[in-house]
Structures are given as C-alpha cells and as structure tokens.
Design a protein around this ligand. Structure first.
Ligand SMILES: Nc1nc2c(c(=O)[nH]1)N[C@H]1C(S)=C(S)[C@@H](COP(=O)(O)O)O[C@H]1N2
Ligand SMILES: [Mo]
Length: 163
C-alpha cells in the first residue's frame, strides 16, 4: 500500500514537473515532412518575415510579425501549391502548445493556391517579442471571429494524414 502511494506520488510529481517545464525555446516540425525541423528564435529571424493583423478576444486589433506557415512548409518539404491535390487534401496540421492546448488546420486552409489569408508563426507583436506566457511562438490566424486557434506557447507543428 505504501509502495503504491509512493509510486503514485512520484508519477504526479513528474507529470506536473513535465507540464511546467515543456521546452518552449524551439518549435519542432514533424510528421508528413521531407525535412523535419527544429526552429529556434534565431532560425525564424533568418527566414522571410511577414506581418499580419488579428483581433484579440476583446476585438482589439494587434500587429504580429513572424514567418508564414507556408514558408515553414516549403522549408520542411510539405505538399503545397500544385502538389496539394488528391490524397494530399486529407492532410492536416496539428499545433501543440506547452499547456497541452491543440488546434488543427487542414493544409488547404494554409495554402496560397486556396486562400489569400496568411497564417503565421509569430514571435513579435507591435515590434516587441511576445509577452511571457504567450511566447516565444504563437500561431496567428487573421480574419477569424474569435482567436481560439491563435495558439500560444507553440512547441510542435505536426503534419498528419487524416486516414
Ligand atoms: N496555448 C494556448 N493557446 C491559446 C489558448 C490556450 O488555452 N492555450 N486559448 C485560446 C483562446 S480560447 C483564445 S480566446 C485566445 C485568447 O487570446 P488573446 O488573449 O490574444 O485574446 O488564445 C487562444 N490560444
Ligand atoms: Mo477563447
């Protein structure tokens, strides 16, 4: 009985430690990609940069700067543009955050052959690094009625097949 209690305690402590120490210093890009990536702040700064505007929960617009997900996809070797047809249209992006929050986008939602909307992985807002608790990296989805898919503290971008 004592042993079971100690084991449970150990498990609880390690799970909560893990939850608090999830590494937010880089974003892993994995799954249906030709070249898996680990993107640090300096990697994103060296890529082509895009600024978009998106409203917060209160409806107030803010500017965010970072790298278009489509740009990350072209570096990682994800099916885009003319390749995004047929079976590839069943692919989706799963975004995972340090707090366990997850959101999905179909690849077509993120592709310039399908839409003019540019979804970015932001590292700055209004010219400054994202505030603690929101950063270092946040997906920003312009033009949605609520910012629920603008996932903050992103740690992983995984491309998957729906089937
Ligand atoms: N990692 C993470 N990102 C998240 C959430 C969350 O719980 N965890 N909440 C989402 C929801 S429901 C909203 S409304 C917005 C709030 O962002 P805002 O403070 O810019 O309005 O963040 C989104 N991003
Ligand atoms: Mo929300």
């Amino acid at each position: 009985m004592k042993l079971i209690f100690s084991l449970l305690l150990c498990l609880t402590v390690s799970v909560s430690l893990f939850a608090q120490t999830a590494d937010t210093s880089a974003v892993k890009v994995t799954g249906e990609v030709l070249h898996p990536l680990t993107l640090k702040a300096s990697d994103l700064m060296a890529m082509p940069r895009t600024t978009v505007s998106a409203r917060d929960k209160q409806g107030v617009p803010h500017e965010y700067t970072g790298v278009a997900l489509s740009e990350i996809f072209s570096q990682a070797g994800v099916t885009t543009g003319p390749q995004l047809r047929g079976k590839n249209l069943a692919k989706y992006l799963l975004v995972t955050c340090a707090d366990g929050y997850q959101v999905v986008f179909s690849l077509a939602e993120l592709d310039s052959a399908f839409t003019d909307r540019v979804v970015i992985l932001a590292d700055h807002t209004e010219g400054k690094p994202l505030p603690a608790g929101m950063g270092p990296f946040r997906v920003i989805v312009p033009g949605e009625k609520k910012p629920a898919r603008s996932a903050f503290q992103v740690v992983a971008l995984e491309v998957r097949f729906a089937k």
